[in-house]
Design a protein around this ligand. Structure first.
Ligand SMILES: [Fe+2]
Length: 278
């Protein structure tokens, strides 16, 4: 699988003055491009040659993981922003934000505080946790919440290459500008998609076809069942027999069970042979 550098969803100068065309040209055209190219090279040298970018983030290690995560994070970052007037979260996301943080203002303060105080390079995220709660977290370097089974909803790049040309060391000014560029319509879509998947997976399995039991297993079960039933019927008829006859019935029953067990063992060997043959 060969990954391509995605096109920006807006013009190079569309996010000015917070993010200049020079920053975006270098950030997208050099940094992001480099992560994509390194991911392609390293993937060919790995045992995950057909894996998607998301799968690489979840399963790869070392340099391949770092470059794949940086490639994924940057694509997600470009699509977390939009030019134009500031928007706000939709009703469903707003309800979740209010329930978790109090209100949007409190989320903003928390996000900017965490992102502003994060030491070194990394990313600031709004995520949906596995239990459905929202949270704000920062990851170091190439860290990505996908790795931990969480659902990213929003991200801000905290690497200096994201803001140094425009704001030098003033990360706070960059973060203030970033907040006004958030594409809340996109965040709404991500939140709705995550909620739909979660709702579907939490539904009790009361519909649909029952699981299919392989024919060989039903046959084995039938053999054992027949042996047991036959034995019970035989033993049940012992009431009028002598102790000697009763003992013979028990022996016959034991032989039937042993025969059934041998049949099951033979079937198991056949299954193993079939599997090895495939
Ligand atoms: Fe970056």
């Amino acid at each position: 699988m060969t990954f391509q550098l995605p096109k920006l969803p807006y013009a190079l100068d569309a996010l000015e003055p917070t993010i200049s065309a020079d920053t975006l040209r270098e950030h997208h055209g050099a940094h992001h491009k480099s992560y994509i190219e390194k991911t392609n090279k390293l993937q060919q040298e790995s045992d995950l040659t057909d894996a998607s970018l998301e799968t690489l983030v979840q399963r790869a290690d070392g340099a391949l993981l770092q470059n794949a995560a940086q490639a994924w994070n940057h694509s997600f970052y470009w699509e977390s922003m939009t030019p134009g007037d500031a928007s706000e979260p939709g009703a469903e996301l707003r309800t979740a934000i209010d329930a978790t943080f109090g209100d949007l203002k409190a989320l903003r303060e928390l996000f900017l505080e965490r992102a502003g105080s994060h030491f070194g390079s990394g990313w600031a995220w709004l995520v949906r946790e596995k239990d459905g709660r929202l949270s704000v977290e920062c990851t170091h370097d190439a860290g990505c919440p996908l790795r931990d089974g969480k659902t990213p909803l929003l991200v801000c790049d905290l690497w200096e290459h994201a803001y140094y040309l425009d704001h030098q060391h003033d990360r706070g000014a960059y973060l203030e500008g970033f907040w006004s560029l958030i594409d809340w319509a996109r965040v709404d879509q991500r939140f709705a998609a995550a909620s739909t998947v979660s709702d579907a997976s939490s539904q009790p399995r009361t519909h649909g076809a029952p699981p299919t039991i392989p024919v060989s297993r039903t046959r084995s079960a039938s053999l054992i069942g027949a042996a047991l039933l036959g034995g019970l019927l035989t033993l049940g008829g012992c009431g009028d027999d002598s102790a000697e006859n009763a003992g013979k019935h028990v022996d016959d029953f034991a032989e039937d069970v042993e025969d059934a067990a041998e049949d099951v063992a033979d079937e198991a060997e056949d299954l193993i042979d079939d599997h090895d043959g495939n």
